[in-house]
Design a protein around this ligand. Sequence first.
Ligand code: PMP
Ligand code: GLN
Length: 408
Amino acid sequence: MWKQISKKLEPFQYTVWTEFTPLAIKNKAINLGQGFPGFPCPDFVKESLADATNSNENQYSRPQGVPALVEEIARHYGKKHNRVINPMTEVAVTEGATEGLLSAFLSMVDTGDEVVIIDPSFDLYVPQTILAGGIPKLVSLIPPEAGQTKWGVDFEKLEQAFNEKTRVFVINTPHNPLGKMFSSEELQKIAQILEKWPNVAIISDEVYEHIAFNENKHLSLCDFSNLWERTATFSSAGKIFSVTGWKIGWAVGGPEIMRKISTSHLWTTFCSNTTCQGAVARSLRMADNPYMGFPDYYQWIANQYSRKKEILYEILSNTKKFKIEPMEPEGGFFLLGRVNPNDIDPKYLANGSPDFAFCRWMTENLKICAIPCSAFFSPQSKHLGHNFVRFALCKDYSEYEAVARILN
Ligand code: PMP
Ligand code: GLN
C-alpha cells in the first residue's frame, strides 16, 4: 500500500520531458527538445548573482518577493502596461512560473469548479487544474490548412465553454508549443466574452513575452477591457535571462488576485530563492541599458532568437533526410515542423502516435531530439497534434551547426 502513489497523482506519472531529455542524453543526441537555453546567461546576470551572494542575501525572504525585486517588476511592467503598479500589492514572486501557476490554481479553484483552457496547452495547466480539484474545459484552436501556419480561435466554441461553474480562464501567448501570438483582434474578442463572465479569474501565461518575430508584437490580455484587476499575468526570469534552473517567476495583476497567489505560495514554498531574487532584481535594472550594440538587452535577446529561427527554418527546409514542412512561428522558444511519419523506420510506428514515433526515431537514429506535439493536446484533440514535432530555438549556434551537418 505504501508503494502506491496517491490517486490524485496516479494519472500524471509521465511527462514528455522525463522521456525525451534522458533519451537525448542516452543517445548523445543534440537536444532541440526541452526548452532550456544551450548557451550561458549574460555576464551582467552572472555578476548580479555574485553581487547578491556577496551581499549576504541568503535567508528566507518576504513571501511575496524581496522588496528590491517587486519594485523592479512594478517599474518594468508599469511601463509596459502604462499604469502605476503597487510593488507591495500587485506583484507576486514565485518559484518559477511553474509554482506560480500551481499557486494560482490552488487559490482560485475549488472541487468541481471549471477551468477553461485553450487546447493545445503547455503541459502543466491540465494536471494542475485537476490537482486543485477543478475540471478542465478544453477549447480547441483551429489547425492551419496544409501550407499555412496560423492557428485560429473558434470564438463560438470558446463562448460555449463558459457557464456558472467557470472559475478560471487560461491563455498562453506567445504559445508553447505552437508559437502563436494572440492578435489584438483575437484578444479583443476574448475580452468581450470575459466581460460577460465578471466572476471568472484569468491566468495569462506570458513567459515568452520578449520573443516576438517579424512584425508580431506581444500583447497582454490584461490590457483589454479593464481586465487588469482579475488577471494574473505570469513571466519568468528563466526565459528572460536564460537561467531556467534559478526558478524565479512572478505574476502581476490586481491586489486581490495577487493576494490569493501569495497566500497559496505560503503553503507551497513559503518564499522563493532569496539570492536569485536579488540577482534578478539587479538584472532587470541592468537589462534596460544598451547591450551588445542593441538599445537594450531585450532587443538583443529577441534578435538572437530571430536569427536562430531563421537558421533552423533553413536547415529544415533543405533536409533530404525526411519530409518536413517547417512552420514559421510568430513568437516564443519553438518552431513546429509538419512531418510525414511514412519516412521513418516502421518499427517505431508500432508503438504510439506518429509524432512520438518520429521523435523517438530521430533521437535514436539521427541523434537529434525534438518533442512530439500531441503531448500538449487533450485526449479529444490529440489527433490534431499527431503530425507536428517541436524544435527548440533556445540552443547554442554550435548546436544548430551540428544539426545542419546531420540534416543537410
Ligand atoms: N509556462 C510556459 C508556457 C512554459 O513554457 C514554461 C517553461 N517551463 C513555464 C510556464 C514554466 O516556467 P518556469 O521555468 O519559470 O517554471
Ligand atoms: N518549458 C519547457 C518546454 O516547454 C520545459 C518545462 C519543463 O521541463 N517542465 O520545453
